[in-house]
Design a protein around this ligand. Sequence first.
Ligand code: PNS
Length: 166
Amino acid sequence: MKEKFTKAMFAGSFDPITNGHLDIICRASKIFDELQIGVLYNPNKKGLFNFDERIELIKSCTSHLDNIKIVSFDGLLVDYCDANGISTLVRGVRSEADVNYELQMAHMNKELNPEIETIFLPTNTKYSFISSSLIKEVLTFDADVKNLVPEQVLIALKNKHKGREL
Ligand code: PNS
């Protein structure tokens, strides 16, 4: 019997991608045949990095992985997955608080489309406290975040900081 080609989705805002995201991406890419990284397109929500910048940063941080596809979506995530043959949503969980929030989302997504499963990957402990928002916050005070984000992101963050956009 032919084995099924498995496609999964790791979605988020990625403003910007962090080492925590990257850790989940690398691990999930080993589990599935194809991992799509879905960047939420929301023109009404202005982040630090614009949509194209986020995608470029993800692209450059994941270029060593050969089964990654970077895509954008708006509307419901499960609708995008349904239309593109994706059966699994991957979510990273850092803490008990994350589990509560993520469970709520997983149940809602299951309600919206029972065919699509969510799987949780526990974050690597060394990244368990990282979030894009916290990184942006501490960087406004010139904190050193070099262990928390990929090098390309660090450079991009410093450039934004210089331009006082943080
Ligand atoms: O960066 P985040 O906050 O972890 O990303 C959350 C995201 C983008 C995965 C979630 O908000 C989402 O799926 N948004 C698309 C709209 C949708 O499907 N909402 C229902 C979620 S239960």
